[in-house]
Design a protein around this ligand. Sequence first.
Ligand code: ADP
Length: 488
Amino acid sequence: MYIAMVSAECAPIAKAGGLGDFVQGLARELSIRGNQVEIFLPKYDSLRFDRIWGLTKVYEGLWVPYYDQWVHCDVEYGEVDGLKCYFIDEHARENFFRRGKIYGEPDDANRFAFYCRAVLEFMLKSGRHPDVIHCNDWQTGLIPVLLYEIYQGLGMKHTRVCYTLHNMGHQGVTGDSILRQVGLKPERMMVMERMLDPVNHRAVNLMKGGIVFSNFVTTVSPRYAWEIQHTDQGMGLQGLLQYYDRKFGGVLNGIDYSVWNPELDPHLPQPYGPDTLPQKAASKKALRQRLGLADVFKPIITVVSRLDRQKGVDLIRRAIYFSLESGCQFVLLGSAPEPAVNERFWGIKREMDSNPDCHLELTYDEELSHLIYGGSDMILIPSVYEPCGLTQMIAMKYGVVPIVRRVGGLADTVFDANYSDRPFEERNGYLFDELTESALEAAMGRAIGLWFRFPEYFRQLRVNGMRADNSWNRPGQSYLDIYHHLRN
Ligand code: ADP
């Protein structure tokens, strides 16, 4: 099967969070199974060019409609760990993709709308007819709309679209001039059945367009699928998702074990696995050395996260103090897009400056994240909501016991050491329900108590997590089943 993955992110060359891992992991799984997979990305100036092999121009003079004009683009091709990637290189006055970052610009909606039109224009002009275009999140919500409204009429009749929702917190709600930018008619699109935002009746909702016009819609865990249909986690689109129930489902993400595997990880001083767990101590030592932490008999509790309100930043802050009060060490690797949140964590960092049991690294650092997973004992994920969450799955593979709030994909992957109804071999962590400090502390207290008092039982929890199969194998098959269903 011929699958085109269109996205704003792909690890390791353009990653801001889990979406990047998703595209990389699913693309690799589909390729291994013998499918023809092509990944499409904007040619950001912030790409990790050192990880792209043989980047060359393969299409010159792609003229992309933009309002009533045309913008000149080229398309480049390169391989990333064996995956085929096409990069839209625009030469617009606005420099859409030359901003030093992926997101966070005032004209993000326009930038990605342009990207959608450019990808389809390239497919048309280069004679590509994928069986399935797999789109992701609001940035590519216009692809199914444009395919149905414009490109099917130009000959792309057989291509079907699968659309994956990674986060309902960002829907691409914007003014309707964007419709004219890409060649759609506002009077046709600004109606409730198509792209009108259900809350703001003067705005267009790009994610809604993606849901309405694609052939199948998925989200990244079964629990989140239920939450966004039946609770306010749908952020205004719950009614729409109920209406399209027949083309909607949750597929739990996997993680890529060729990237996340302590038995193969080049960032660790010594490899280890479930049968060689004592060797994990070398990573703990290396982590302490790297961050200047004391080498003492204490567990290391970790957070690796975007410091977004979604991630429960107030509870993360409380957890730092609670960990230290409970005789543990604490490590945080996180970047905060919001200046107020950033400032608060910098305050804590300054306060902890000379504390040998605490280190905050307020940046994005892929390499360091590997060593942190390798060296930690527990990871904390107190999210307000969590569509899937990869950090708990990565952590478990590294023998790190997760302490998580029972929401979204966290509830689908973490099974409580004490209260789960699963057999013991499947229990792998700690859960709490309420978004309160006391609930957080109760769960952390159980985990910390076990580490100090029953190390053998704690070891067993680590091993259970390491043995869980969170690979792309099962979700890869689920997506292939969906694609086959669409093609037939
Ligand atoms: P989200 O997509 O909401 O950010 P996920 O848990 O799905 O959350 O994915 C997070 C991914 O980003 C993981 O691979 C995690 O290791 C990585 N990550 C998050 N913050 C950082 C950071 N500051 N430095 C390095 N990697 C990070």
